[in-house]
Ligand binder design. Sequence first.
Ligand code: 5RP
Length: 252
Amino acid sequence: MCAKTTGGSEEAKRRAGERAAKAVEDGMVVGLGTGSTTAYAIEAIGRAVADGLEVQGVPTSFQSRQLALEWEIPLTELDAVSGVDLAIDGADQVVDTAEQVVETGDDTGEPASEHAGTDGDLIKGGGGAHTREKLIASAADRFLVVADPSKCTPVLERPVPVEVIPAAHSVVADRVRDLGGEPTLRLASHKDGPVVTDNGNFVLDCAFGPMGDPKPLDGALASTPGVLEHGLFLEMADIVYIGTEEGVDVRQ
Ligand code: 5RP
């Protein structure tokens, strides 16, 4: 199982991000995720573009768009392409029940061994970008997740971010309580009011405690009127790259 740490080191994030970026090939349309770990992948793709790699990026957020523009990665949108070859994105929690390290490679990206064993279910939306992240991940042929060991868990338990249209936030909060959760409206600050997503909506962070089987909740939240999207990403990840202090563990 992933070593538990209190926080992800930048080195671990960098290793994960750069390892995933190696999967990007000439001619690909690539989903560009959001967050500090994916930023390392975007930067690595940017360096490869400067060296002649031809790709088109589909950003999942204003933040990832800005970073891609800085690195001069050509950008496109979902409605302008016939498909997305792969998407790279981070996670706030990833289920990792593997009993042993699957692969410990070094920075060359060469695997030491292969082993399947994790289900890779995720909680995303720490940056409030999970609606576009899920859209682009589900449109992609392959969804690569980048994380550090502090994100690994045997069971999803962090609050689930739920993007709601502003007029619906109190009604959705009531529904979340009916489902056994405790919703908290995400605030930019007490002075500034609610966080507003790239889509102009609010986010409810909904604490349900440990979710042994998150599937029913996935369906219940998705079918709640006023909910645009929630941050449970179940059975979506194709590969999870977990950066460590020594290398990269790969779960697939
Ligand atoms: C944004 C996300 C991010 O991918 C997630 O919060 C992880 O971010 P970081 O790599 O900075 O820890 O889901 O909505």
